[in-house]
Design a protein around this ligand. Structure first.
Ligand code: NAP
Ligand code: GDD
Length: 351
């Protein structure tokens, strides 16, 4: 606590979830601190509005402060914990792309697994009564058949998933062995207009905008049959906060309890424009992964009952929100996009 306000430290604050969580905690009156990595080009796009709103002159009483640190650098983590003395730590930092974890398995495991160990150790060594949140993932369930809940066996199918399983167990171990208030949120896929450009939902909505503007003729994707339980990031960060406000540390599945294929997401977006997706979609082995998670469908009964958390935004609303946002960003409405894409469709048929 500082001047009667709770202090939260967020790793991965510049990411999709980190940016929404920072907004939520600032609204709740927290002093928010975040770590960012040095980058050769700005990596604060998602939080620039917060940097503009709150002075970031490193005065310790400021509401919002960023500090340079890295999950793979344990000394840097010890320094930020010592400096900020947080009440709550949200460990969201990660190499979060499953496909890329096959190209770069060692750095994925260094950041996602060793990074979690580094920050847990910094918390433990500080001796402070910190509440710790670990960003665990439905990717840990891997090949286990749906529906998946807190009792489902982990059968990870990627270096990313394996690192997250290790980090999950480290969090559980630090809770049991050292009595640290350490909890896992096992979050199913969650998206938003702020989603990274190379995740499938955002790739689809961005590429549709390019089709509409005539900048591209087709969209090339990988496995269209994979099923995911897709929710809205802004609602999922509320669940993270609730997990740390619960009276005991515990693990919770957070999901919409709906599952849809990648093809369903494409069709939903094209249906919003009244166009036929089959005329525009190609598949390529380039986007297939060496191993795949076939189907994710969360059962979040425990979170509903204990945390009273329930999502409002489901699949259809999410697809519309993301597509409309990306079109609007380029100055086009859904209606204008619909006319344009139908013209392109007709031209393809020589009509
Ligand atoms: P994201 O947009 O990719 O954000 C990840 C953040 O981690 C970025 O700010 C990134 O910084 C930072 N980061 C990467 N390596 C780091 C390092 N070595 N040290 C410090 N920070 C580092 O991911 P997200 O979608 O917000 O997800 C947040 C967390 O939830 C991740 O741990 C992810 O694995 C997990 N998760 C996500 C989902 C989902 O569907 N979104 C589901 C389950 C779990 P740069 O900008 O500098 O790269
Ligand atoms: N990225 C991507 N690009 N995925 C594609 C593509 C493509 O061109 N074509 C098909 N897919 C398929 C993938 O093979 C996967 O089955 C599905 O679309 C979803 O891929 P992503 O959006 O990359 O997400 P993910 O499910 O692999 O991982 C996300 O969710 C996890 C939770 O289950 C990430 O956010 C992880 O960080 C998170 O832990």
């Amino acid at each position: 606590m500082q001047n009667g306000k709770k202090v939260a430290l967020i790793t991965g604050i510049g990411g999709q979830d980190g940016s929404y969580l920072a907004e939520l905690l600032l609204d709740k009156g927290y002093l928010v601190r975040g770590i960012i990595r040095r980058a050769s080009y700005p990596n604060t796009k998602r939080i620039d509005h917060l940097l503009a709103k709150y002075p970031n002159d490193h005065e310790e009483e400021n509401s919002f402060i960023l500090a340079y640190a890295d999950l793979t650098d344990s000394q840097s983590l010890r320094k930020v914990i010592e400096r900020f003395k947080p009440d709550e730590v949200y460990n969201l930092g990660a190499q979060s792309h499953v496909g890329i974890s096959f190209d770069s398995p060692q750095s994925t495991i260094n950041i996602n697994l060793m990074g979690t160990l580094n920050i847990l150790e910094a918390v433990r060594q500080s001796g402070l009564p910190i509440r710790f949140y670990q960003a665990s993932s439905s990717e840990m369930f891997g090949a286990s058949p749906p529906p998946q809940n807190e009792s489902t066996k982990f059968l990870p199918q990627s270096p990313y998933g394996i690192a997250k399983v290790g980090a999950f167990h480290l969090t559980r171990l630090y809770r049991d062995a050292y009595k640290i208030f350490a909890s896992n949120g096992i979050l199913f896929n969650h998206e938003s207009p702020r989603r990274g450009l190379n995740f499938v939902t955002k790739k689809i909505t961005q590429e549709i905008v390019k089709l509409v503007l005539g900048e591209k003729k087709e969209i090339v994707l990988g496995n269209l049959d994979a099923k995911r339980d897709w929710g809205f990031s802004k609602e999922y960060v509320e669940a993270m906060w609730k997990i740390l406000q619960h009276n005991i540390p515990d693990d919770f599945v957070i999901a919409t309890e709906e599952t849809h294929t990648v093809r369903d997401f494409i069709k939903e977006c094209f249906d919003l424009l009244g166009a036929d997706y089959t005329k525009f979609i190609k598949t390529s082995g380039r986007y297939l992964r060496p191993a795949e998670v076939p189907a994710l469908l969360g059962d979040s009964t425990k979170a509903k009952n204990i945390l009273k958390w329930e999502p409002k935004v489901k699949f259809k609303e999410l697809a519309k929100m993301m597509l409309e946002h990306d079109l609007n960003e380029r100055g086009i409405s859904l209606e204008e996009a619909s006319i344009k894409i139908k013209n392109i469709e007709n031209q393809k048929h020589g009509i």
